[in-house]
Design a protein around this ligand. Structure first.
Ligand SMILES: [Zn+2]
Ligand SMILES: [Zn+2]
Length: 513
């Protein structure tokens, strides 16, 4: 295994080379068995607590195989509350090898499936159809939680002999749809399907995106690009479908957005390994975006530990509003202050649903991006520039501007004016009944105002470039008891209702001299 990658071990190989005519086959000797012959081998073993992140099971594939089928199972002994029980992922690399960032990747299903098949013509979702070539393949087990008793596993490999079927032809989605020129476009950039651990078919996700009033969506299945080749038939002039991947490591998840169809990004490393930056560069070279996802999600291996130096944006709002999103917004807001201090680039915020299955809502939340056109490169430019606000649904509309000295700047932009010149901050919002509008600067919340029951209103506040280095807006729902948020107070309970909309900042810069 490549030195740069995560800890791994390799088991003793399973060989079919001299086993034709074994358990269920009818052939004998070294000759290729007749078409349709199936040969099965089963491997059992035990992994102790402290097993490597990835366990490779080499499988020696002979000539003349048209399909590989793999099934696996492991025991789940009882564990005390608070102790993780057994959980094991699975995937496979072909004869081109398991080298980090190599060519051998053939699929991953995480812990979602107990079996998969690959042939030249088709494959189980999550896996890449193509030749089942002779050589050493590697089934990769990812025991991401191992009980104190250890994990007993069983892997069954079945080879079917015969001529390969016709080659699978991928149907990639186009990179452009019929837009409205330079406009604000709505899109959910973090969505799962049955191609990883979602229960929705691609057709259902595309229908859900349309129903949510979205102009675009990004497909981000965990650790595999196998869905890229099926999106073409579900895209249309009314819905741009962008290809991506959710790179799911043991030290957090990140989105590669706008990844060229078919490009795969490796996930076999931790923060301590010298690998993440290399893959971030790979995504950047391809024109894509690197976006740490749900940085404070409490699930095992889901918290972000790679820092933000290589990030183009951060997902501060993931699915229905929860306390970990508050933490992400706080971290992001602090990074805005750091950018002001250093004069370096600032980190834009994003929000996505991460919807996997019913009843998770596609588009809750989504991004509203100012782009030159409804096209992949234009939208990536808009997100990278922070010309983006986040809405819980397409029922929420919002315009946020700052005006001074006869000039105006919008979300993600900057306004340079003499330090004491008045700057008017204005938010027009609709769709948040009894909501609370907050204006937040590098000093914290500087203005709060409630919206009427109609949900529509305009909030105006005056500042200067000397008083505020940036200003951003939040629109919150009322708290559970119906009252507005508690402004600049502190207490044992959360002081804010759920987020309804969140803008990226406008930067205010005092003119020199
Ligand atoms: Zn994730
Ligand atoms: Zn996800």
């Amino acid at each position: 295994m490549a030195a740069a990658g995560a800890a791994a071990i390799t088991l003793a190989p399973v060989s079919f080379a001299s086993a034709a005519g074994g358990s269920s086959g009818s052939a004998s000797g070294g000759a290729t068995p007749p078409s349709g012959t199936q040969v099965t081998k089963t491997v059992t073993g035990h992994l102790d607590t402290g097993a490597a992140d990835f366990v490779y099971l080499p499988v020696e594939i002979p000539q003349g195989v048209q399909k590989i089928s793999v099934a696996y199972a492991y025991d789940k002994p009882g564990v005390p509350a608070g102790t993780p029980g057994n959980s094991c992922d699975i995937g496979v690399f072909d004869q081109r090898g398991t080298k980090l960032d190599g060519q051998g990747f053939r699929g991953w299903s995480g812990g979602f499936r107990t079996s998969f098949e690959i042939s030249n013509s088709e494959a189980t979702p999550g896996y890449l159809p193509g030749p089942v070539s002779a050589g050493t393949w590697n089934i990769v087990l990812g025991p991401y939680q191992v009980a104190p008793q250890g994990m007993n596993y069983r892997v069954t490999v079945t080879l079917t002999y015969g001529e390969p079927g016709p080659r699978f032809v991928p149907d990639y989605p186009p990179q452009r749809a019929k837009g409205r020129g330079r406009a604000w476009y709505r899109g959910d950039c973090h969505l799962h399907t049955v191609y990883s651990d979602g229960k929705r078919l691609p057709s259902e996700v595309a229908a859900g995106a349309r129903a949510a009033g979205l102009d675009f969506m990004v497909s981000t299945d965990h650790n595999t690009t196998s869905s890229h080749g099926v999106w073409g038939q579900y895209a249309g002039q009314d819905l741009l479908i962008i290809t991506g991947e959710e790179i799911t490591t043991r030290n957090g998840h990140w989105l590669a957005l706008g990844l060229p169809a078919g490009d795969w990004i490796d996930w076999r490393y931790r923060s301590r390994d010298d690998a993440f930056d290399r893959f971030a560069r790979k995504v950047h070279r391809a024109g894509g975006l690197v976006v740490p996802a749900h940085p404070y999600c409490p699930y095992v291996a889901c918290q972000w530990k790679f820092g933000y130096d290589s990030a183009d944006a951060v997902e501060v709002w993931n699915g229905p509003w929860t306390y970990d999103d508050e933490s992400a917004v706080d971290t992001w807001d602090a990074k805005l202050g750091e950018a002001v201090r250093s004069g370096g680039p600032w980190l834009p915020a994003m929000g996505n649903s991460d919807a996997h299955s019913e009843p998770q809502v596609i588009g809750l939340p989504h991004n509203v991006v100012l782009a030159e056109d409804l096209a992949t490169d234009s939208l990536m430019d808009g997100i990278r520039a922070g010309r983006n606000w986040i809405a819980e649904s397409s029922a929420v509309e919002l315009t946020f501007t700052v005006t001074g000295g006869g000039r105006q700047a919008g979300i993600g932009e900057r306004l340079t004016l003499p330090a004491d010149a008045p700057v008017d901050v204005r938010l027009d919002v609709a769709g948040v009944p009894n909501g609370t509008v907050r204006f937040i600067t590098d000093e914290g919340q500087m203005h709060q105002e409630s919206l009427p029951a109609s949900g529509s209103g305009t909030v105006v506040w005056r500042t200067t470039t000397s008083l505020a280095a940036y200003v951003r807006a939040e629109v919150r729902h009322p708290m559970a008891d119906g009252t507005p948020g508690k402004g600049n107070t502190m207490g044992p309970a959360l002081v804010w209702g759920p987020m309804a909309a969140l803008t990226n900042p406008v930067f205010l810069v005092p003119a020199k001299g």
